[in-house]
Design a protein around this ligand. Sequence first.
Ligand code: NCD
Length: 306
Amino acid sequence: MNEIRNLINITDLSTEEIEHLVTVADDIMAHPEAYQDMCAHKKLATLFFEPSTRTRLSFTAAMMDLGGNVLGFADANSSSATKGESVADTVTMAGCYADIIAMRHPKEGAPVVAARRTTVPIINAGDGGHFHPTQTLTDLLTIHRKKSRFSHLTIGLCGDLMFGRTVHSLIEAMSRYEDVHFILISPPELRLPDYMKEMMDQKGVLWEECEKLEDAIPKLDILYMTRVQKERFFNEADYIRLKDSYILTRKKLGPAKADMIIMHPLPRVNEIQVEVDDDPRACYFYQALCGKYIRMALILYLLGLK
Ligand code: NCD
């Protein structure tokens, strides 16, 4: 029997596997009709114990565009979690009905616990403030399509670097490439966790911290904005004080490179003004589109179909 492959952390995929997924996603974008029946009679369970719009909808659209079916729940309150069922039991049960599972949970490590028990592949669609590997695959497909390279890039990560799981997974992935330099732009309270900095140091990755977005903007090839993660704060007053730390406006983009790209995993709150959406460098909605195609490639790969 083949070993089941899960995607819990982006480090579960080798660089070759990541690049294979990007290549397949490119091909799906060019020839969607060639893939439309590849998951016929297969089922994806989406178990979302925490709110989601893009991730859940893009997983659903991905499975539908592969000709498969989707079942699941979008709210822990409509699942037996409210009766006290453990995550492991809910996920084990879902494995009786589906061929592959995408799950999101507010507790860090929940998908690891789930993966120990199930006999179908588990995809981590976000675990607390920890990791979000499929957003990273989405981000990588976007970077590949807009910048045509993963190396020789200066990447500004701005906002909530402490709790922003998309940032953690993106750093893990991009740290593999040559001459990638991270500028970590955040208020002191929301700095990147030390374990991430230690990981970068071990790999010899260049990084620096700064507080002012304006100081970093002219140097960047990619500006990755993030939302302050309200749901991870213990104290509402802290959230209110920090939530508008960064607001990207058209004016602030003045000194940016002409080919810099602006990314955001979305949802945005205030951190990118709507006026920026018309700037040709803004690619956060394109990024959301990429999310469907890379998830199609991932589902095929984990099911051993491509
Ligand atoms: C992100 C998440 O859930 O971590 N959203 C997403 O999946 N696109 C980012 C966020 O919620 O801020």
